[in-house]
Design a protein around this ligand. Structure first.
Ligand SMILES: Cc1ncc(COP(=O)(O)O)c(C=O)c1O
Length: 295
Protein backbone atom coordinates (compact mmCIF):
# COMPACT_ATOMS: atom_id res chain seq x y z
CA UNK A 1 0.00 0.00 0.00
CA UNK A 2 1.33 3.38 -0.94
CA UNK A 3 1.59 6.03 1.75
CA UNK A 4 -0.24 8.53 -0.38
CA UNK A 5 -3.60 6.88 -0.80
CA UNK A 6 -5.93 8.07 -3.51
CA UNK A 7 -9.38 8.88 -2.22
CA UNK A 8 -12.58 9.14 -4.24
CA UNK A 9 -14.36 12.27 -3.04
CA UNK A 10 -17.51 13.57 -4.68
CA UNK A 11 -16.63 12.45 -8.16
CA UNK A 12 -12.89 13.05 -8.10
CA UNK A 13 -9.85 11.03 -7.19
CA UNK A 14 -7.75 13.17 -4.85
CA UNK A 15 -4.66 12.70 -2.72
CA UNK A 16 -5.28 11.62 0.86
CA UNK A 17 -3.98 15.00 2.08
CA UNK A 18 -6.61 16.80 0.00
CA UNK A 19 -9.54 14.58 0.96
CA UNK A 20 -11.36 16.91 3.33
CA UNK A 21 -14.88 17.19 4.72
CA UNK A 22 -16.33 20.37 6.20
CA UNK A 23 -16.56 20.66 9.99
CA UNK A 24 -20.20 21.69 9.32
CA UNK A 25 -21.04 18.40 7.63
CA UNK A 26 -23.65 16.76 9.86
CA UNK A 27 -21.70 13.53 9.58
CA UNK A 28 -18.88 15.23 11.51
CA UNK A 29 -21.21 17.09 13.89
CA UNK A 30 -23.68 14.28 14.62
CA UNK A 31 -22.54 11.04 13.01
CA UNK A 32 -25.28 11.68 10.48
CA UNK A 33 -24.36 9.46 7.57
CA UNK A 34 -24.10 5.83 6.50
CA UNK A 35 -21.21 3.63 5.51
CA UNK A 36 -20.05 0.24 4.27
CA UNK A 37 -16.93 -1.84 4.80
CA UNK A 38 -16.11 -4.08 1.83
CA UNK A 39 -13.29 -6.50 0.97
CA UNK A 40 -11.41 -6.88 -2.25
CA UNK A 41 -9.86 -10.27 -2.97
CA UNK A 42 -7.46 -10.59 -5.88
CA UNK A 43 -9.12 -7.79 -7.81
CA UNK A 44 -12.67 -8.92 -7.06
CA UNK A 45 -14.79 -6.69 -4.81
CA UNK A 46 -16.69 -9.22 -2.73
CA UNK A 47 -20.48 -8.93 -3.04
CA UNK A 48 -20.21 -5.25 -3.96
CA UNK A 49 -23.80 -5.00 -5.16
CA UNK A 50 -25.08 -6.53 -1.90
CA UNK A 51 -23.07 -3.97 0.10
CA UNK A 52 -24.48 -1.18 -2.05
CA UNK A 53 -28.03 -2.47 -1.50
CA UNK A 54 -27.44 -2.44 2.26
CA UNK A 55 -26.07 1.10 2.01
CA UNK A 56 -29.25 2.19 0.23
CA UNK A 57 -31.38 0.48 2.91
CA UNK A 58 -29.43 2.28 5.66
CA UNK A 59 -29.81 5.59 3.81
CA UNK A 60 -33.55 5.05 3.36
CA UNK A 61 -34.01 4.46 7.10
CA UNK A 62 -32.35 7.79 7.96
CA UNK A 63 -34.07 9.54 5.02
CA UNK A 64 -30.81 10.39 3.32
CA UNK A 65 -30.70 10.61 -0.44
CA UNK A 66 -27.55 9.07 -1.87
CA UNK A 67 -26.38 11.64 -4.45
CA UNK A 68 -25.58 9.08 -7.14
CA UNK A 69 -26.95 5.88 -8.63
CA UNK A 70 -26.01 2.34 -7.59
CA UNK A 71 -24.24 1.78 -10.94
CA UNK A 72 -22.26 5.00 -10.53
CA UNK A 73 -21.24 3.80 -7.09
CA UNK A 74 -20.02 0.46 -8.44
CA UNK A 75 -17.90 2.39 -10.97
CA UNK A 76 -16.60 4.76 -8.30
CA UNK A 77 -15.50 1.85 -6.09
CA UNK A 78 -13.73 0.17 -9.02
CA UNK A 79 -12.04 3.45 -9.95
CA UNK A 80 -10.79 3.93 -6.37
CA UNK A 81 -9.36 0.44 -6.16
CA UNK A 82 -7.60 0.88 -9.50
CA UNK A 83 -6.25 4.32 -8.55
CA UNK A 84 -4.54 2.69 -5.55
CA UNK A 85 -3.35 -0.33 -7.54
CA UNK A 86 -4.88 -2.60 -4.91
CA UNK A 87 -5.62 -6.26 -5.55
CA UNK A 88 -6.39 -7.17 -1.94
CA UNK A 89 -7.65 -4.86 0.72
CA UNK A 90 -10.52 -3.15 2.37
CA UNK A 91 -12.84 -0.46 1.05
CA UNK A 92 -14.64 2.09 3.20
CA UNK A 93 -17.58 3.75 1.54
CA UNK A 94 -19.21 6.72 3.31
CA UNK A 95 -22.21 8.91 2.49
CA UNK A 96 -22.60 12.00 4.66
CA UNK A 97 -25.69 14.13 5.25
CA UNK A 98 -23.86 17.19 3.95
CA UNK A 99 -22.98 20.67 5.14
CA UNK A 100 -25.61 22.31 7.34
CA UNK A 101 -25.80 24.60 10.32
CA UNK A 102 -25.29 23.81 14.00
CA UNK A 103 -28.89 22.76 14.53
CA UNK A 104 -29.96 19.12 14.50
CA UNK A 105 -32.31 19.47 11.57
CA UNK A 106 -30.89 18.30 8.27
CA UNK A 107 -33.33 20.61 6.47
CA UNK A 108 -30.55 23.10 5.68
CA UNK A 109 -27.99 20.51 4.67
CA UNK A 110 -26.94 20.67 1.07
CA UNK A 111 -26.02 17.68 -1.01
CA UNK A 112 -24.31 14.91 0.93
CA UNK A 113 -20.71 13.95 0.27
CA UNK A 114 -19.57 10.52 -0.83
CA UNK A 115 -16.05 9.32 -0.19
CA UNK A 116 -14.34 6.01 -0.80
CA UNK A 117 -11.12 4.83 0.83
CA UNK A 118 -9.26 1.73 -0.35
CA UNK A 119 -6.65 0.48 2.10
CA UNK A 120 -5.35 -2.54 3.93
CA UNK A 121 -6.81 -4.13 7.01
CA UNK A 122 -5.82 -6.83 9.46
CA UNK A 123 -8.27 -7.15 12.30
CA UNK A 124 -7.33 -10.22 14.32
CA UNK A 125 -3.98 -12.04 14.60
CA UNK A 126 -3.44 -15.34 12.79
CA UNK A 127 -3.25 -17.22 16.11
CA UNK A 128 -6.93 -16.43 16.73
CA UNK A 129 -7.84 -18.20 13.47
CA UNK A 130 -5.71 -21.20 14.45
CA UNK A 131 -6.62 -21.49 18.13
CA UNK A 132 -9.89 -19.63 18.32
CA UNK A 133 -10.51 -16.37 20.10
CA UNK A 134 -11.82 -15.52 23.51
CA UNK A 135 -14.68 -13.06 23.78
CA UNK A 136 -16.44 -11.46 26.74
CA UNK A 137 -19.96 -10.21 27.29
CA UNK A 138 -19.98 -6.47 27.97
CA UNK A 139 -22.38 -4.35 30.05
CA UNK A 140 -23.32 -2.05 27.17
CA UNK A 141 -26.44 -3.46 25.54
CA UNK A 142 -27.20 -3.31 21.83
CA UNK A 143 -29.66 -0.49 21.16
CA UNK A 144 -33.27 -1.38 21.69
CA UNK A 145 -34.69 -1.65 18.15
CA UNK A 146 -37.50 0.73 19.12
CA UNK A 147 -34.91 3.46 19.77
CA UNK A 148 -32.48 2.77 17.00
CA UNK A 149 -32.25 -0.18 14.65
CA UNK A 150 -28.81 -1.77 14.57
CA UNK A 151 -29.56 -2.97 11.03
CA UNK A 152 -28.66 0.56 9.93
CA UNK A 153 -24.95 0.90 9.32
CA UNK A 154 -24.74 4.52 10.35
CA UNK A 155 -21.68 6.65 11.02
CA UNK A 156 -22.70 6.84 14.67
CA UNK A 157 -21.06 3.67 15.99
CA UNK A 158 -20.83 4.75 19.63
CA UNK A 159 -22.92 1.84 20.86
CA UNK A 160 -20.38 -0.53 19.31
CA UNK A 161 -17.39 1.60 20.32
CA UNK A 162 -18.44 1.58 23.99
CA UNK A 163 -18.79 -2.19 23.87
CA UNK A 164 -15.42 -2.51 22.13
CA UNK A 165 -13.73 -0.43 24.85
CA UNK A 166 -15.35 -2.51 27.59
CA UNK A 167 -14.21 -5.69 25.87
CA UNK A 168 -10.66 -4.39 25.60
CA UNK A 169 -10.63 -3.41 29.28
CA UNK A 170 -11.57 -7.02 30.00
CA UNK A 171 -8.68 -8.19 27.80
CA UNK A 172 -10.71 -9.40 24.81
CA UNK A 173 -10.36 -8.44 21.16
CA UNK A 174 -14.08 -8.76 20.47
CA UNK A 175 -17.09 -8.32 22.74
CA UNK A 176 -20.53 -9.92 22.84
CA UNK A 177 -23.53 -7.60 22.96
CA UNK A 178 -26.91 -8.62 24.36
CA UNK A 179 -30.25 -6.90 24.01
CA UNK A 180 -32.32 -5.56 26.89
CA UNK A 181 -33.78 -9.01 27.58
CA UNK A 182 -30.42 -10.72 27.70
CA UNK A 183 -30.73 -12.24 24.23
CA UNK A 184 -27.53 -12.51 22.20
CA UNK A 185 -27.51 -9.98 19.34
CA UNK A 186 -24.03 -9.75 17.82
CA UNK A 187 -20.49 -8.59 18.54
CA UNK A 188 -19.16 -5.05 18.11
CA UNK A 189 -18.17 -5.54 14.48
CA UNK A 190 -19.10 -9.15 13.75
CA UNK A 191 -22.13 -11.42 13.64
CA UNK A 192 -22.16 -14.51 15.84
CA UNK A 193 -23.07 -18.13 15.06
CA UNK A 194 -23.33 -21.24 17.19
CA UNK A 195 -23.37 -24.87 16.07
CA UNK A 196 -25.18 -27.51 18.11
CA UNK A 197 -25.80 -31.08 16.92
CA UNK A 198 -24.98 -30.01 13.36
CA UNK A 199 -27.49 -27.12 13.34
CA UNK A 200 -26.00 -23.72 12.47
CA UNK A 201 -27.79 -20.90 14.28
CA UNK A 202 -27.42 -17.11 14.32
CA UNK A 203 -29.59 -14.49 16.06
CA UNK A 204 -32.41 -13.04 13.94
CA UNK A 205 -31.73 -9.53 12.67
CA UNK A 206 -34.99 -8.27 14.21
CA UNK A 207 -33.13 -8.20 17.53
CA UNK A 208 -31.06 -5.34 16.12
CA UNK A 209 -28.10 -7.13 14.57
CA UNK A 210 -26.60 -5.90 11.35
CA UNK A 211 -27.51 -8.19 8.48
CA UNK A 212 -23.91 -9.02 7.67
CA UNK A 213 -22.93 -9.69 4.08
CA UNK A 214 -20.57 -12.35 5.43
CA UNK A 215 -23.41 -13.73 7.61
CA UNK A 216 -25.57 -14.12 4.49
CA UNK A 217 -22.72 -15.75 2.57
CA UNK A 218 -22.09 -18.25 5.39
CA UNK A 219 -25.79 -19.09 5.64
CA UNK A 220 -25.84 -19.72 1.86
CA UNK A 221 -22.73 -21.90 2.04
CA UNK A 222 -24.03 -23.91 5.00
CA UNK A 223 -27.37 -24.53 3.28
CA UNK A 224 -25.68 -25.53 0.03
CA UNK A 225 -23.70 -28.09 2.02
CA UNK A 226 -26.90 -29.56 3.42
CA UNK A 227 -26.58 -28.12 6.91
CA UNK A 228 -29.65 -26.97 8.79
CA UNK A 229 -29.47 -23.20 9.25
CA UNK A 230 -31.66 -21.31 11.71
CA UNK A 231 -32.16 -17.77 12.91
CA UNK A 232 -33.50 -18.59 16.37
CA UNK A 233 -32.96 -16.23 19.32
CA UNK A 234 -30.64 -17.58 22.03
CA UNK A 235 -28.98 -16.55 25.28
CA UNK A 236 -25.44 -16.93 26.62
CA UNK A 237 -26.49 -20.36 27.92
CA UNK A 238 -26.72 -21.71 24.37
CA UNK A 239 -23.22 -20.42 23.61
CA UNK A 240 -21.73 -22.11 26.71
CA UNK A 241 -23.60 -25.27 25.69
CA UNK A 242 -22.71 -25.12 21.98
CA UNK A 243 -20.46 -27.54 20.11
CA UNK A 244 -18.93 -24.62 18.21
CA UNK A 245 -19.10 -20.87 17.99
CA UNK A 246 -17.74 -18.49 15.38
CA UNK A 247 -17.97 -14.89 14.24
CA UNK A 248 -18.38 -13.52 10.73
CA UNK A 249 -17.55 -10.11 9.30
CA UNK A 250 -16.02 -8.40 6.32
CA UNK A 251 -12.75 -7.77 8.13
CA UNK A 252 -12.79 -10.93 10.30
CA UNK A 253 -14.12 -13.32 7.61
CA UNK A 254 -14.92 -16.43 9.69
CA UNK A 255 -13.17 -16.70 13.05
CA UNK A 256 -13.62 -19.44 15.65
CA UNK A 257 -14.61 -18.46 19.19
CA UNK A 258 -13.41 -20.97 21.78
CA UNK A 259 -14.02 -19.14 25.06
CA UNK A 260 -16.77 -16.88 26.33
CA UNK A 261 -16.57 -15.14 29.71
CA UNK A 262 -13.85 -17.48 30.95
CA UNK A 263 -15.66 -20.72 29.97
CA UNK A 264 -14.39 -22.99 27.20
CA UNK A 265 -16.87 -23.74 24.45
CA UNK A 266 -16.94 -27.55 24.03
CA UNK A 267 -13.30 -28.72 24.13
CA UNK A 268 -11.95 -25.20 23.60
CA UNK A 269 -10.71 -25.87 20.05
CA UNK A 270 -12.03 -24.60 16.71
CA UNK A 271 -14.69 -27.06 15.50
CA UNK A 272 -15.01 -28.91 12.18
CA UNK A 273 -18.08 -27.01 10.94
CA UNK A 274 -16.36 -23.67 11.57
CA UNK A 275 -13.25 -24.79 9.71
CA UNK A 276 -15.28 -26.19 6.82
CA UNK A 277 -17.23 -22.95 6.48
CA UNK A 278 -14.07 -20.84 6.67
CA UNK A 279 -12.45 -22.89 3.89
CA UNK A 280 -15.58 -22.68 1.72
CA UNK A 281 -15.82 -18.95 2.34
CA UNK A 282 -12.23 -18.46 1.20
CA UNK A 283 -13.12 -20.26 -2.04
CA UNK A 284 -16.27 -18.18 -2.54
CA UNK A 285 -14.53 -14.82 -2.23
CA UNK A 286 -12.36 -15.62 -5.25
CA UNK A 287 -15.31 -15.38 -7.62
CA UNK A 288 -18.36 -13.76 -6.00
CA UNK A 289 -18.28 -10.04 -6.72
CA UNK A 290 -17.30 -7.33 -9.16
CA UNK A 291 -14.00 -7.66 -11.05
CA UNK A 292 -12.07 -4.40 -11.00
CA UNK A 293 -9.29 -5.22 -13.44
CA UNK A 294 -9.42 -6.66 -16.97
CA UNK A 295 -8.82 -10.39 -16.76
C1 LIG B 1 -22.11 -4.31 14.16
C2 LIG B 1 -21.67 -5.20 13.06
N1 LIG B 1 -22.19 -6.43 12.97
C3 LIG B 1 -21.82 -7.29 12.01
C4 LIG B 1 -20.90 -6.93 11.03
C5 LIG B 1 -20.54 -7.88 9.95
O1 LIG B 1 -21.14 -7.49 8.72
P1 LIG B 1 -20.43 -7.76 7.33
O2 LIG B 1 -20.29 -9.24 7.21
O3 LIG B 1 -21.36 -7.20 6.32
O4 LIG B 1 -19.13 -7.07 7.38
C6 LIG B 1 -20.33 -5.64 11.08
C7 LIG B 1 -19.35 -5.22 10.09
O5 LIG B 1 -19.69 -4.68 9.08
C8 LIG B 1 -20.73 -4.76 12.10
O6 LIG B 1 -20.23 -3.52 12.17
Amino acid sequence: MTENRKIWLDGQIVDEADAKISVFDHCVLYGDGVFEGIRIYDGCVFRLREHIERLWSSAKYIMLEVPMSRDEMVDAVAQTVRANGLRNGYIRLVVTRGVGDLGLSPANCGRGSVFIIAANIRLYPEEDYQNGMEIVTVPTRRYNVGSWNGRVKSCNYLNNIMAKIEGQIAGAREALMLDHNGMVVECTGDNIFIVKNGVVNTPPVYLGALRGVTRDAIMDIAEERGMEVREDPFTRFEIFDADECFLTGTAAEVIPVTRLDGRSIADGCPGPVTLELLEAFRELVKCDGVQVYEK
